[in-house]
Structures are given as C-alpha cells and as structure tokens.
Write a protein that binds this ligand. Structure first.
Ligand SMILES: Nc1nc2c(ncn2[C@@H]2O[C@H](COP(=O)(O)OP(=O)(O)OP(=O)(O)O)[C@@H](O)[C@H]2O)c(=O)[nH]1
Length: 456
C-alpha cells in the first residue's frame, strides 16, 4: 500500500519522548518466539534541533541547482526539501521514519510511504507513531512498485501536496525495501513541475549490519537492489550494530565504502542518529551519481515519458502481479530488474489466535524457511488480550510487542511475508491452524509450513 502518512507536528526541541518498549531495545529479541512481551517504556534522548529552513527566493533552474554546489543551493533555493529513505527489506527504514516523526523539531513533514507486499502493515505502525507526535492526516495510495505505475501516483501526491503548501516543511519518502531509488530521484530532477517546487535534500540508505553482506553476496536481483541503494546514498545509516561484533562491523563498513566512496557512514542501533545529520542537510549530489552512471539523466527521458504517458511494458519488461505479487521488471535502462522469485504472500483472517499454536507455527516457520524469508510482519488478534499485537521478522530475527487496544476496530489478523519461493497455500493453511477455534485432526503431524523446493 502506498500511504501518505501523517503530516506530523514537530514540537519544541528539548522535550522528552516516551514510547512503548521495543523488545529488541531491551535485549528481549529472540530467535524463537515468545508472546510474553510486557509493555514498558524507555526514554529517548532529546534530539538536537535541525537548522532552521531557509526561505530564499524561489528559482526555476531546477536541474542546474540540483547539480550545483550544496552551499550555494542553501542560499538560493526555497523549494520544499525532500528526503528519500531507502534500504533493503527490514533494514530499519520505518524505525528511522518513526524516530523522525516522534522527534522534537518544530517542523512538520508529509510522509509518503510505499510498501512492498499484498497487505499493508506499515500504515498502521506509522499512524501509531504519528499520532504520538500529533500528526493529523493520512492519505492512501495504490500498492505497488515505486518505479512503475506508483510513480504516477507519486507525482499526483506531490502535486496535491502543493495545494497545501505551508502546512508542512518537508517531505519524507520511504521506498519499499525492494526499490531501486533511481526512478524516484529522476522524478525530482526531470519532471518539470515537480522539480520546480521540490528539491532533493538527500538520500538516506539504512543498512542492516547483520544481513547486508548476505544480500550483497546473493547472485541475483537482491544483490543488485542492495548495491543500488548503497551506491545512491548521501548518508549511510549502518543500523543494527547491536547484532554484530566490532570486527565484523569494520568489515561491513569496508564493503559499504567500496560501493560508495563518499557518503558518511553512521553506525547506529534503532536508527538512532542525531537528526541534524539527516534532515535539511543539502547533501544530494547529482554529480556523484552521474560520475558513477553517465547515462543517469539520459535514461530519465525514457522513464519520464513512461511516467507521464503510460508505462511501456513491452519496452521495459514484464509485470507478473498475479496471485502472488511477483515482482518482475526488466527496466534495462535503470538496470533495476527485480528478482521474480521474490514474492509476497498476504493473509487477512478474522478470528482469535491461540498463543501456543502461534508460537509453534512461527518457530517452525523460522526453522524451515528463515533463510528465505527476508521479511514478515503483521498485526495479530491474540485470544485473551484486548490489545493488538505486532510481530516483525527479518530472516531468523523476530520480535513482537503489544500495541494499543483494538477499541472499535475490527479484530482482523493481517500478515505479510516477503521471501523466496513462498508457498501461499501452505502458509495460509498452516496459519489458520493457529486460530483458537481451528479443529486440529487428532493425528495431526507437528505443525509445518513446508519448504517448497526452488525448482518446483
Ligand atoms: N536489533 C535491532 N533491531 C532493529 C534495529 N533497528 C530496527 N530493528 C528491528 O528490525 C525490524 C525491521 O525494522 P523496520 O524499521 O520495520 O524495517 P524496514 O526497513 O522499514 O522494513 P520493511 O520496509 O518492512 O522491509 C523491526 O523488528 C525493528 O524493530 C536495530 O538497530 N537493532
């Protein structure tokens, strides 16, 4: 789902923020599953305020300015700043987004979120944090890949936002974890109306210190997208440093440096980086991008025509959004062919879940398919509690925590799995067996989700 999440209200710079405990933050992250996470609180450090946005006269020389020296841009450029948050599935983009939305800045942001997966989960989670921060607006957009039809949606949303100019100070775009940032960047450079009113402030790539090397070393589209996301970055947030030791962290830093020679690398946990390193930084550097890829602006002519006049699937390749959300593109000019074996399976199911069955199911799932499941997340209706539960998984890492009570909302379980060779039927069937009212046959086998061989 593509969501324009709240225009969050940033308050004064020195307040302290209290949020619900994330199990990982208190060391309760577990490989196996337990659903006993009790709510608690931790106090976030106050964040330094961002520099005040300058308001120099508007200029129409967008392309020239984008390429120009950053300090010159701060003096003459009053276009609306846009930050792109990218990074592979599960790296910590939403964690960063929520941190920004919850921080104290006295600024308001419009957030555009593009989720990969059949069932949107992030809007629930972002909405929670935005409400914490006093946000008040939510707009939804189509599900899909930001490099295709949704790009038209992006332009439409940006154009609509211009009607509300003055209600926000900047825009944050969270791409899907499978997105190549190139088409988004190109939109801001070459779509004339957009480029005249918005400026790219910078591309922030969140990197999962524990899993990035595994993704870089895969031989297919996963590696390709991971490389692109890192190479495009103006800032590299090397996140999840709590999950690796110092030696390995240095090794990972070396790999990032080999792919991006200039972006500052900011090691962090839970995307906890001073926000003045990320926001209003005037860091976008077109020259660096065109040095790496001299055809970058030339290829825009093609992709821009596609965005404005319809997408030529013959020219650009296939889309296989069938039963499972096959993510197959051959954008030869942007070299962003996604891997067709990466699919998303969404489950939306009413009913209360039995916590023991659920634990057993998730343990089996991680054991059998953990290597192939890049991401899973969901909102669950657990019998015996009035609260919604969120669960999040990244490969073998898993965490869960209670959210606010359901209140008047329908108590529906929503889950999404993104991974390689997922078997929709087995996943859905085995999940249904976790429902408290499900009838398990007396001679039932131990619960399994059944790995599907890649060549099936
Ligand atoms: N241990 C640990 N876990 C983290 C850290 N940062 C984020 N996480 C957890 O990693 C999981 C994924 O984080 P998200 O912020 O949702 O990642 P994302 O990049 O938005 O994920 P998708 O866009 O859904 O692919 C969540 O369970 C987070 O709580 C960190 O620094 N350390």
């Amino acid at each position: 789902m593509f969501v324009l999440a709240p225009v969050a209200q940033w308050r004064s710079a020195v307040c302290r923020l209290r949020v619900k405990t994330c199990p990982a933050a208190t060391g309760r992250r577990a490989r196996a599953t337990t659903w006993s996470a009790a709510p608690g609180t931790f106090t976030a450090r106050p964040q330094p305020a961002c520099r005040a946005a300058s308001r120099p006269p508007r200029t129409a020389g967008f392309l020239h300015l984008q390429a120009a020296d950053a300090s010159a841009a701060t003096e003459v450029d009053d276009r609306i700043p846009v930050s792109i948050l990218t990074g592979f599935l599960g790296s910590g983009k939403s964690t960063l987004l929520n941190r920004i939305l919850s921080a104290e800045h006295g600024k308001r942001f419009a957030v555009i979120e593009n989720e990969f997966g059949e069932v949107g989960i992030d809007d629930d989670l972002v909405r929670k944090h935005a409400l914490l921060a006093g946000g008040d607006e939510l707009f939804e957009m189509n599900n899909g890949c930001i490099c295709c039809t949704v790009r038209t949606d992006l332009i439409r949303i940006l154009t609509n936002l211009l009607q509300h100019e003055g209600r926000f100070d900047g825009i944050l775009i969270e791409t899907t974890g499978m997105a190549n940032p190139a088409p988004v960047v190109q939109t801001f450079l070459m779509h004339e109306d957009i480029a005249a009113r918005f400026r790219l402030d910078g591309i922030i790539t969140v990197v999962d210190a524990k899993h990035v090397e595994q993704h870089l070393d895969e031989s297919d589209g996963v590696a390709k997208e991971t490389v692109e996301q890192i190479a495009f970055a103006d800032r590299l947030l090397l996140n999840k440093t709590d999950l690796v030791d110092a030696g390995y962290l240095r090794h990972v830093q070396g790999r990032l440096r080999a792919l991006n020679a200039t972006a500052p690398i900011l090691p962090c946990t839970h995307a906890d980086v001073p926000l003045d390193r990320l926001i209003d930084m005037h860091a976008f550097d077109l020259e660096r991008i065109t040095e790496r890829d001299p055809t970058f602006l030339a290829m825009e002519a093609t992709t821009e025509a596609a965005a404005q006049g319809g997408h030529d699937h013959e020219q650009h390749g296939e889309h296989g959004h069938g039963d499972e959300e096959h993510h197959h593109h051959e954008h030869d000019r942007t070299d962003s062919a996604h891997d067709s074996t990466i699919t998303s399976v969404g489950i939306t199911e009413p009913g209360e879940l039995d916590v023991d069955r659920l634990n057993q199911w998730l343990s089996a799932l991680l054991e059998e398919r953990g290597a192939d499941i890049y991401r899973m997340k969901g909102i669950l209706n657990i019998r015996g509690t009035d609260r919604r539960f969120v669960f999040q998984g990244v490969h073998m890492m898993f965490e869960s925590m209670p959210l606010e009570p359901w209140g008047d909302q329908p108590r529906i379980n929503k889950l999404v799995f993104i991974g390689r060779d997922l078997d929709r039927e087995k996943l859905t069937h085995s999940f249904r067996m976790c429902l408290a009212d499900a009838m398990a046959p007396a001679d039932a086998e131990p619960m399994t989700v059944g790995a599907q061989p890649a060549d099936e």
